[in-house]
Design a protein around this ligand. Sequence first.
Ligand code: ATR
Length: 280
Amino acid sequence: MKITGYTGLYGIVANPIKHSFSPMMHNTAFKELNINDVYLAFEVEEDQLKDFIRSVKTLNIKGFNVSMPYKLKIMDYLDDFTKEAKLCQAVNTVKNENGKLTGHISDGKGFYLACLEKKWNIQDKKIVILGAGGASQAIIVELALQGAKEIVVYNRSDKPFIKHLNEKLDCPILLKTLDVEKLKDDLKDTYLLIQTTNVGMSPNIEKCLIPDESFLPEGLKIADIIYNPKETKLLTLAKNKGLDYMNGEGMIVYQGAVSFEYWTGQKMPINSVKRELGME
Ligand code: ATR
């Protein structure tokens, strides 16, 4: 697709952002589907966010993603929110319709779609999540909306927000203090364990919140949302035990796909995007 006077603009706002996969993902999808739009990365300081929003409206930027550290702050500048964004109290996708900016969050649905690709069915299942940060909140909201039976969240510190979610969603959500013996017991009847903390992320790849394989019962499915390294120590434990597992690459691609569809109404060509990102 040639850039012309008709080419539309999308982007991502964050700081830092130059390392992001998102421009490659969305530009690959636009090209493959012959959509005359481009997607760029905008690295702005917090005190420039207001000006960024003015630019979105002035230049008619059709939509944008939001990453750290602005997923909460950006909400001050938006006109409306989807149900998911309201529940998460965070936004990573914004659609511009004639100057009206609506905030959405695609991280949780992205994770859910990655589960579907693995043929994991979370309906009526007990889920255990390690960590209660932003990514975890989005996953909790989506899995609760999709009909999980119960979600147990282990975090080292208290998170009142998780208790609020328990009141708002039709799925019991329990917050427990990280304690490996309690966790071991919980995992005995768990369908899916989701690791959302930074523990095990590069460069600290030898770290793992699960001490050894004996914590992982037969049949347990394991997702680690870390994608660098591709195989964390937790996933090596899962592999050695013969369990079904996935890393964070699927969540990255599918959160992009959810944003893409929210903006364009079209499905992202997942396989081409994965190939472009070297994920196949
Ligand atoms: P993200 O947006 O990726 O979810 P985040 O919001 O910074 O990142 O959340 C990081 C999560 O990892 C939090 O749950 C954090 O625990 P706290 O809420 O107690 O800070 C968790 N985390 C980070 N380092 C950890 C560690 N060494 N041990 C246990 N949990 C850790």
